[in-house]
Design a protein around this ligand. Structure first.
Ligand code: ACO
Length: 312
């Protein structure tokens, strides 16, 4: 198992004293590509797009998924002492929702809720990881197991890092009244040193700086602006969670799609792996950095709750 995990470029540590134990899954050496058949991630619209804050006040949800979710429960389970600042940050994460109307549909980005969305997120990541590594389909279950351990471990470092998920609903579907949404995308955002990965890929970013990794959009939903707005949501939550204005990410040199997207979004390549990394059977990667603008107005997530934004 350890050998398999190592060969897949990520590892799970069981060090309970240390919060920064996992290495990112797809950050750079293994960006995921999603399979074509990924239809199982359909969920009821309102219950999924609402932040826990708004879902608690919503009365129109027609499913049983109405329980108020609290991220506090996760951190209580770890037995970790939380400072007042950490509690405030957990509240910020709990309330965060980024909404965007796209040409073809509607996108909501918020923090992953493990009870409802862990398995779908694991599938999204594991299947894409397998495809990007050209692994046979039979590896899906093993990958799923490892990815789940990784995501659970990352949950324990909240509010210092977070997994965001994006839900997408096509406009046509809304008109037919089906109210089906798909878990279309995910990304991990690390805010500070405590949320940083213990073994970041090369070229090494500063541990104390915000860092984006493991971003993927479901293959059949790409080129609709979902990746772009997932990136915007990541930057928005970074601006809310930390005063640090520099955000870092890795991108493989061969991956034109994310490289174009990051360049377009203002990320600059500050360092690139040398050829020697090829000797370690890894792809060469760029370390990219962007200086975030200082916010002068409340973010969308502060002024527009998902209930107000629901399409007809
Ligand atoms: C930090 C990390 O996590 S690195 C790992 C990144 N993840 C991956 O590589 C996983 C596989 N790829 C994907 O999941 C997707 O292709 C993503 C996340 C890179 C982009 O998601 P999408 O929803 O398709 O991107 P979106 O439609 O918002 O496009 C945004 C911009 O990205 C660029 N882009 C996206 N796809 C492509 C493509 N196939 N070819 C060239 N440029 C592209 C374009 O500049 C595009 O802007 P434009 O539409 O105005 O031309």
């Amino acid at each position: 198992m350890a050998a398999v995990a190592a060969s897949l470029s990520f590892s799970i540590s069981s060090d309970p004293q240390h919060h920064r134990t996992a290495t990112p899954l797809f950050t750079s050496s293994t960006p995921p590509i999603l399979p074509t058949n990924h239809k199982s991630h359909h969920c009821h619209f309102k219950s999924l797009v609402s932040s826990s804050h708004s879902s608690s006040s919503s009365t129109s949800t027609s499913t049983s998924t109405t329980a108020v979710y609290s991220f506090l429960e996760d951190t209580f389970r770890t037995g970790r002492f939380l400072t007042n600042e950490e509690l405030e940050k957990l509240k910020t994460l709990e309330k965060f929702v980024h909404f965007q109307e796209l040409k073809s549909g509607f996108l909501w980005v918020r923090v992953m809720r493990p009870e409802q969305e862990m398995d779908a997120t694991v599938n999204l990541l594991a299947e894409s990881f397998a495809e990007s590594m050209l692994l046979p389909v039979g590896y899906d279950k093993l990958l799923g197991f490892l990815v789940k351990q990784y995501l659970l471990e990352r949950r324990a470092v909240m509010p210092h890092a977070v997994t965001l998920v994006g839900f997408y609903r096509e406009k046509e579907e809304g008109q037919s009244g089906s109210e089906q949404v798909k878990l279309a995308a995910t990304v991990e955002v690390c805010f500070d040193k405590m949320g940083a990965n213990s073994s970041p890929p090369t070229p090494t970013p500063p541990k104390e700086a915000p860092y984006i990794c493991n971003m993927t959009v479901q293959k059949q939903l790409r080129r609709r602006g979902i990746g772009w707005h997932l990136l915007k949501a990541s930057e928005e939550i970074i601006s809310q969670m930390t005063s640090s204005k520099e955000v870092y990410l890795h991108c493989r040199m061969i991956d034109a799609a994310p490289f174009n997207m990051y360049n377009k979004a203002g990320y600059k390549t500050i360092e690139t792996d040398s050829f020697l990394i090829l000797l370690m059977l890894q792809r060469r990667k760029h370390l990219m950095c962007k200086k975030l603008p200082v916010l002068d107005s409340p973010s969308k997530s502060d002024i527009a709750g998902p209930d107000e934004e629901l399409p007809p």
